[in-house]
Design a protein around this ligand. Structure first.
Ligand SMILES: C[S@@+](CC[C@H](N)C(=O)[O-])C[C@H]1O[C@@H](n2cnc3c(N)ncnc32)[C@H](O)[C@@H]1O
Length: 211
């Protein structure tokens, strides 16, 4: 039997950090989530922290690989009035038809996926033409900055403890490959979590039928 200790730790950690995440990201989420409606997919939905922000969404599908995170999410879903479909799975292989969602959401997920390219290809594939991909992700700090040095030192341990979370990803470049006209804003949060202070917040629109 494999130990799920780290997954349990991460789920408990994220759950207990929800109040903090709401303080840090809340304002940005309200702005971003205002742009979405209709049929929505959230990848790596974790403990379900974003459920509170889907004010205009009536049909939501979430996909999440961690059983431990899903336990919290399911608990929250009971108290939500959104029509919710919960699926255990990964962003690299989305079990949905092409062109099937009006919006896809990713918050703090592209740091942890095995392949950002595969996930972004899948996001674009399942979005309808004109559909929107909204994201908030922590990213690598500017080279030479204090945070960059801290990221260099902590990267291996962080990745091990937080199940693959890579604090040194240049996620904006990968997003631009799939959403060339994406609006991407750099935001630096002043928080005690120095390795994850630098973020990108934004959205991209799928222009055509191309997968
Ligand atoms: C830092 S947590 C963020 C959770 C939530 N999105 C939030 O904003 O709090 C990262 C999440 O990504 C999930 N994840 C990791 N690898 C993934 C993958 N390949 N596809 C989809 N989700 C993944 C993890 O299980 C975890 O729930």
């Amino acid at each position: 039997m494999t130990c799920r200790c780290k997954s349990r730790f991460n789920a408990v950690f994220m759950k207990n950090l929800e109040w903090y995440m709401k303080n840090v990201y809340g304002k940005h989420k309200i702005e971003l989530f205002n742009r979405i409606g209709g049929k929505v997919l959230e990848i790596g939905a974790g403990t379900g922290i974003n459920l509170d922000y889907y004010k205009k969404v009536k049909d939501l599908t979430v996909i999440e690989p961690s059983k431990e995170m899903l336990e919290y999410l399911k608990d929250k879903a009971v108290r939500s009035d959104i029509k919710l479909h919960i699926i255990e799975g990964v962003g690299e292989k989305l079990p949905f038809e092409d062109n099937s969602f009006d919006a896809v959401v990713s918050t703090l997920v592209l740091c942890s996926v095995k392949s950002q390219s595969k996930v972004l290809r899948e996001i674009k594939r399942v979005l309808k033409p004109g559909g929107i991909f909204v994201f908030i992700e922590h990213v690598v700090a500017p080279e030479g900055s204090f945070t960059y040095s801290v990221q260099n030192i902590l990267q291996p341990a962080w990745k091990w403890l937080f199940e693959g979370c890579d604090i040194k990803r240049d996620t904006a470049s990968v997003i631009r490959r799939y959403f060339p006209d994406a609006y991407i804003k750099n935001v630096r949060f002043k928080s005690p979590f120095i390795p994850v202070n630098y973020h990108i917040v934004g959205y991209g629109i799928k222009k055509d039928h191309s997968a």
